[in-house]
Design a protein around this ligand. Structure first.
Ligand code: HEC
Length: 179
């Protein structure tokens, strides 16, 4: 007796659920055509605006001096959060996974005493200019294949310029931007 009643109740509940579902299917079938009409028009508008956006990458690359002239060191300070997992930017800061970066602009590449650089970076030679730092941050592995710096790179040129503007300030003798 008890189980039969329970089964009846369960069936009633199931029936109600199925009814609701059926209603949902039915109502969406009724209302769907009306809804579909609007996204259709919106898409047509979207295609029209997509055309000029697609043309944008064809624009010539902005040269680094022009980017640096407009760079924002405060934004750069936020952008280097990703670097801070491995680098110290403060004066007197020690090595982390990567070498300390206070005064890195103008410094000979791979020159922090006691830091175990990769042979790949040691082989680059010369000093860290803004151009070289820009190239490095774009894609470290492209500049020094086999580098220990496990950072894929920053693809956005304006972000890199902001980072360089921040690096300029992390120095006792800030190196002027190239003209
Ligand atoms: C996952 C850790 C890691 C991250 C993230 C990282 N670096 Fe590095 N970085 C390293 C290591 C390790 C080296 C040493 C590379 C070598 O010896 O090949 C290095 C080297 C460098 C050097 C060369 C320094 C010198 O003394 O010659 C610069 C400049 C540098 N990183 C800048 C950056 C900047 C800017 C960022 C953020 C945009 C960044 N790194 C993000 C680990 C990291």
């Amino acid at each position: 007796m008890e189980t039969t009643n329970a089964n009846k109740i369960a069936l009633a509940v199931l029936g109600a659920l199925l009814g609701t579902m059926a209603l949902g299917v039915f109502s969406s079938a009724v209302f769907a055509p009306e809804k579909a009409a609007k996204p259709g028009y919106a898409l047509a508008g979207g295609e029209a605006t997509a055309a000029p956006a697609a043309a944008a990458p064809a624009a010539p690359e902005v040269p680094l001096p022009a980017l640096l002239a407009k760079a924002d060191a405060a934004k750069g300070q936020t952008d280097v959060k990703v670097c801070e997992a491995c680098h110290n930017f403060d004066k007197g800061g020690g090595a982390k996974v990567g070498p300390p970066l206070w005064g890195v602009v103008g410094r000979p590449i791979a020159s922090v005493a006691g830091f175990s650089y990769s042979d790949a970076l040691k082989a680059v030679g010369g000093d860290w200019t803004y151009e070289k730092l820009n190239q490095w941050i774009t894609k470290p592995s492209a500049m020094a294949a086999g580098t220990k710096m496990a950072f894929p790179g920053e693809a956005e040129a304006t972000k890199r310029a902001d980072i360089l503007a921040f690096l300029q300030k992390q120095s006792d003798n800030p190196v002027p931007f190239p003209k």
